[in-house]
Design a protein around this ligand. Structure first.
Ligand code: GAL
Length: 658
């Protein structure tokens, strides 16, 4: 059963952990949820200890009561499996299922997420409780959706992991000889002569073997996905409701989220901005565009956000008035079919007592709850958007192998960070008002006018050929420094970078990497400058667009363009300053013929089009500035059910297009 058909509009609600409260609070919850317009509550995420008070003995009575109560109150349930937090009895019975860190420390219970996914006792117990829940609630009228686990993020280096890793390696490489070759074990006397010598990349004296580290990341991601599929399939055997798991912000989970996108019925992400103001809005778009892309463009669900939570380094900042609505509509703009929060009611005790919630400690007579209620009203008016999608003409390449490959020991500069590079590329497009997809380097890219490859360190032969074809057939591609440098086994490309087919499309050959000193500037002939990195690039058909004017590379090419086939291959060999990177991206957009969904808006005003399969269209327009902004054309605003001509400071409209 489709979630949206079931809800009849956009989803709105949050994690509901009623086990922290008593009856009088539950009764108030019922009333407040109605008042706020909540229609979906995630229940049971961390309830293992209550559901299975001792091994194999289940107690569903309290959950029965809550599901019945929510159902009577008209609220659908996103029912979670509680497997992210095994209870203390589990630890004591199965100490071998506790995670071990790379330095050999075995963690203990007392927090959450303390388990090893490869431990048979854990996997068995997780499957058992998922199955028990599915058998009992598979067709419960309250249950609209299943929420497997919570943010698969724990890694482990224990003996179970070592055994599972060896099985995975055997399947991938076929033989120990092939593994030795792939990992380059001829160097540093690392040659393996039997499988049981092979370990997960635990703490070592110096650099860990890079191939081993990359394969471990791949292995762990596959293992986590298998753990998800175990539970999903147990649930599917007893329920026709959609199943998902919540994915998290970049880097938090060491997972290939593309693979998860293929296995979930609806992509769900949690999103907590990492900086305030306009950066939070850009971050929201980044998160939303990733979520939509992982699901191949399908509508997705914002499973968690904070009413008042902006993680900014060493402190948690409050959201400004109006940001609860604007961030939520930001997610809706980028294709979400609903927005939920962590959590409904702020905990009075326990590990997250200072984390924001829909009902804060202060209670319903509070700014937060008033903004939550206002959001519920707004979402209630946007039901017609449910099921519509977002189309992008520009894409940023996003590849888990490249990310993991850049995290192995011994990179030539500590200023190379995969997700930072991705964010910069996305941000330049977002600042230009352009809606952006993420795509994998081996995807069919033909629907994009412009593709940015900001950090494609690892590039397989197939992907290199795919990118060559994309340009030949008319695409505009910008490849940035330190890309196409290693193959799928992390072996350096010999004879010059990047990988040969891509080199052909770019018309260049990179001969040497020259990381810059910290704070060193590489000044280019067009007045722009690069930091962190430079390269000695040779022209092999491309034209020089800008050259280096300083340092060892003075006079050498820095930025190139190659007219190849029907398209253009650009290469940028340094990390350009933000302003000039934006100028370059604007130029590429103009040349490629890609632009904003709604042209004519000033900087800081975001507009994204959603489109229904039957052709109906809407513009979600968000004013992140403190100015009044006139709309390019007046339109019918669903939020006010009236014609809108302008946006107040911080205001939002959702325009139904004629
Ligand atoms: C999420 C998690 C929630 C809660 C939240 C706080 O990552 O799934 O359970 O801890 O963070 O921001």
């Amino acid at each position: 059963m489709n979630l949206i058909n079931r809800l009849g509009g956009l989803a709105f609600g949050g994690d509901y952990n009623p086990e922290q409260w008593d009856k009088s609070v539950w009764e108030e919850d019922d009333e407040l949820m109605r008042r706020a317009g909540v229609n979906l509550a995630t229940v049971g995420v961390f309830s293992w200890a209550l559901l299975e008070p001792e091994e194999g003995r289940f107690d569903f009575s309290w959950l029965d009561a809550h599901l019945d109560r929510l159902h009577a109150n008209g609220i659908a349930v996103d029912l979670a499996t509680p497997t992210a937090s095994p209870p203390p009895w589990f630890t004591l019975a199965h100490p071998d299922a506790l995670p071990v860190t790379p330095d050999g420390t075995r963690l203990v219970h007392g927090s959450r997420d303390t388990y090893c996914l490869t431990a048979p006792a854990y996997r068995g117990a997780a499957r058992r409780i998922a199955l028990a829940l599915a058998e009992r609630y598979g067709d419960h009228p309250a249950v609209a959706m299943w929420h497997v686990h919570n943010e698969y993020a724990t890694l482990c280096w224990c003996e179970h992991t070592a055994a599972a890793f060896r099985v995975w390696l055997h399947a991938r490489h076929g033989s120990l000889d092939a593994l030795n070759e792939a990992w380059g074990t001829a160097f540093w006397s690392q040659h393996y002569t039997s499988w049981d010598q092979v370990l997960p990349p635990r703490a070592t004296q110096w650099h860990r073997n890079p191939g081993q580290a990359l394969d471990f990341s791949r292995f762990w991601s596959d293992e986590a996905l298998a753990a998800y599929i175990d539970q999903r399939d147990a649930i599917r055997a007893h329920s026709d409701r959609p199943v998902t798991t919540n994915l998290m912000v970049p880097g938090y989970q060491n997972l290939d989220l593309w693979a998860f996108g293929r296995e979930v019925d609806v992509v769900a992400i949690d999103h907590y901005p990492s900086a305030p103001g306009l950066d939070a809005a850009a971050d929201t778009a980044f998160g939303g565009d990733r979520a939509r892309s992982f699901g191949g463009g399908r509508p997705w669900l914002l499973m968690e956000q904070g009413t008042n939570t902006v993680y900014a380094g060493d402190r948690v900042l409050a959201k400004e008035p109006g940001e609860i609505l604007r961030h939520s509509l930001g997610h809706i703009a980028h294709g979400a079919d609903g927005t939920l929060f962590f959590q409904w009611r702020q905990s009075k005790a326990g590990a997250e007592q200072w984390h924001s919630a829909m009902v804060p400690h202060a209670g319903p007579d509070s700014r937060i709850f008033r903004e939550v209620t206002a959001l519920g009203e707004v979402l209630g008016r946007l039901g017609e958007l449910a099921g519509s999608t977002v189309r992008a003409e520009a894409a940023v390449l996003h590849d888990s192998d490249s990310w993991w490959a850049m995290t192995v020991d011994g990179p030539p500069s500590s200023e190379l960070d995969y997700h930072t590079a991705l964010r910069r590329a996305h941000r330049a497009l977002w600042d230009a008002g352009v809606t952006t997809d993420f795509a994998r380097p081996d995807d069919d890219l033909s629907r994009y006018r412009l593709v940015l490859a900001p950090a494609l360190f690892l590039l397989s032969d197939t992907s290199a050929e795919n990118l060559r074809r994309y340009v030949a057939e008319g695409g505009t591609l910008l490849v940035q420094h330190f890309s196409g440098v290693v193959d799928a086994r992390l072996h350096a490309r010999l004879g010059g970078y990047p990988a040969a087919p891509l080199r052909e499309a770019l018309g260049i050959r990179v001969e040497e990497h020259r990381p810059l000193r910290r704070d060193e500037l590489a000044v280019l002939s067009d007045g722009s400058h690069g930091t962190a990195w430079s390269e000695s690039v040779r022209l092999e058909g491309a034209e020089a667009v800008a050259t280096y004017t300083t340092g060892m590379l003075a006079g050498a090419v820095a930025l190139t363009r190659h007219r190849f086939g029907a398209g253009n291959g650009w290469y940028l060999s340094t990390r350009l300053d933000d302003t000039n990177y934006a100028v370059l991206v604007d130029r590429l957009l103009a040349e490629a013929g890609a632009g904003p969904d709604l042209p004519g808006l000033p900087f800081g005003v975001e507009a994204v089009a959603r489109q229904a399969p039957d052709g109906r269209r809407w513009h979600v327009v968000l004013n992140h500035t403190t100015d009044v902004v006139a709309l390019p054309e007046p339109g019918h605003d669903l939020l006010t059910d009236a014609t809108a001509h302008e946006l107040p400071p911080g205001g939002c409209v959702v325009l139904r297009l004629p």
